[in-house]
Design a protein around this ligand. Structure first.
Ligand code: FAD
Length: 407
């Protein structure tokens, strides 16, 4: 039987191991991760965990004993340093050599670092791992002036959470975003505007076009954020959320093709037939456009893992799952179905309770961005999964019934 080795014990790596066993795999499955914790969910790190509503044990995707019972060998604290493809072996930081028949790279991403003066002052934090979130959770209650650098999903989530904890009447939490709008990479301008307006009512002020020049400190601790425009924003806690970069060093070192992530084909294989890559670290051809994309979402990690497990079990075929995403920002439940960032036409359907942005490019339906409209989100996922086209002229009619159209 084949020995499957997975590097990266996160959402994608664990799912691959579970799905492979479910598919009847009898060979050994070894899951190697450099973090000390058993595989856990990251989304709550900037939501329920930070708000003290779930503890570390509650984040675990599976308790360690369930992995043992499922015939999955998980080893934490193991950093893989190199792939010896000629010998089909991994080399760990501890000097161990581990043989594989099939290798799956699920190494995820790491946070982009702020390359500015003062970025290493005490009180400048970011969140990617459980260890990061534990530190942030400890310092949050005592922080007075919290400033978030970066108006992406994670930055907005943390800002909304801090604002909610402080309650109405407190000074707003400031989010400094260098781009002309928040969520510029992932959402349409109409959605950015709607989210920003609703967050303002929840105590979060997004300052778009606010480029940061550096951080200033006192006695080694951060005291303020200096804007390129000159002003000093007081801060005793700065949370940096300026995006992430894929962990591709192993792949590069092994001579695999890398292109904004570990490049895989439609069946999630790399340029070496014995090596696949899934999740945040992998760039793959989008089934709808053929363009190479890389997604950072639970949906992508889980669906790619399931797809790869099915291929290992003999069911081949191109990966074509419908992308979707969620983000909870205070009172806003944001959901995106499909890839909407390149929209050239956005049809907004907005009322006090929520919003749905139907997104099109070149007359083709891309998907929808919603706020507090889970029914619309699910309807759009059904439309996309069925390949149903939506005519922009029909959809523009306020009487158009999206959920009925999805059947
Ligand atoms: P990860 O879960 O990051 O796992 C990769 C693992 O590989 C890591 O543990 C890493 O340390 C390890 N690793 C890397 N290199 C090596 C090596 N050489 N040797 C050993 N181990 C290695 N997604 C959503 O859809 N909705 C959300 O609301 C949402 N919120 C998020 C909030 C936060 C704060 C963060 C950080 C992420 C959030 N995400 C969200 C994204 C989601 O968590 C990721 O898309 C998902 O975890 C990707 O799974 P993965 O297995 O590809 O990577």
């Amino acid at each position: 039987s084949l020995r499957t080795v997975v590097v990266g014990a996160g959402q994608a790596g664990l799912q691959l191991a579970l799905s492979l066993r479910e598919a009847g795999e009898t060979g050994p499955i070894l899951l190697l991760g450099d973090e000390p914790s058993a595989p856990y969910q990251r989304p709550p790190l900037s939501k329920a965990f930070l708000a003290d509503k779930v503890d570390a044990a509650g984040l675990l995707l599976r308790p360690p004993e369930a992995l043992v019972a499922g015939g999955i060998e998980w080893r934490g604290g193991v950093r893989v340093e190199a792939i010896d493809r000629a010998d089909a072996r991994l080399e760990t930081a501890g000097g161990e050599r581990i043989a594989y028949d099939r290798l799956v790279l699920a190494t995820g991403v790491r946070n982009r670092r702020l390359m500015l003066p003062g970025a290493d002052l005490a009180g400048v934090l970011s969140v990617r791992t459980l260890a990061d979130a534990v530190v942030l959770q400890q310092v949050l209650p005592a922080a007075r002036d919290v400033v978030v650098i970066g108006g992406g999903f994670i930055g907005l989530e943390v800002a909304a959470l801090v604002a909610a904890a402080r309650g109405a009447g407190a000074a707003p939490v400031r989010v400094l975003e260098a781009a002309p709008r928040a969520l510029a990479r992932a959402a349409s301008p109409a959605m950015s505007a709607e989210v920003t307006a609703r967050l303002a009512a929840a105590g979060v002020v997004v300052e778009a076009g606010a480029a940061v020049a550096g951080l200033e400190g006192r006695d080694g601790r951060v005291a303020g954020v200096r804007l390129a425009a000159g002003d000093l924003v007081p801060a005793d806690l700065v949370i940096v959320g300026i995006g992430a970069v894929p962990n591709t060093e192993l792949a590069v070192g092994a001579g695999l093709v890398v292109d904004n992530g570990i490049a895989v084909d439609a069946e999630l294989g790399t340029s070496d037939p014995a090596i696949a890559a899934i999740g945040d670290c992998a760039s793959f051809p989008d089934a709808r456009t053929g363009q190479r994309i890389r997604l950072e979402s639970v949906q992508n990690a889980v669906d790619q893992a399931r797809h790869l497990a099915a291929r290992f079990a003999g069911r081949a075929g191109p990966y074509a799952a419908v992308p979707w995403f969620w983000s909870d920002q205070g009172p806003l439940k944001i959901q995106i179905a499909g890839l909407t960032a390149g929209a050239d036409l956005v049809l907004p359907r907005i009322d006090a309770a929520g919003a749905t942005m139907l997104c099109f490019a070149g007359g083709r339906f891309l998907g929808a961005e919603t706020i507090n409209r889970p029914g619309d989100h699910m309807a759009v996922r059904r439309l996309l999964a069925a390949g149903t086209e939506l005519d922009p002229a029909t959809a523009a009619d306020p009487a158009f019934d999206l959920r009925a159209a999805a059947g």
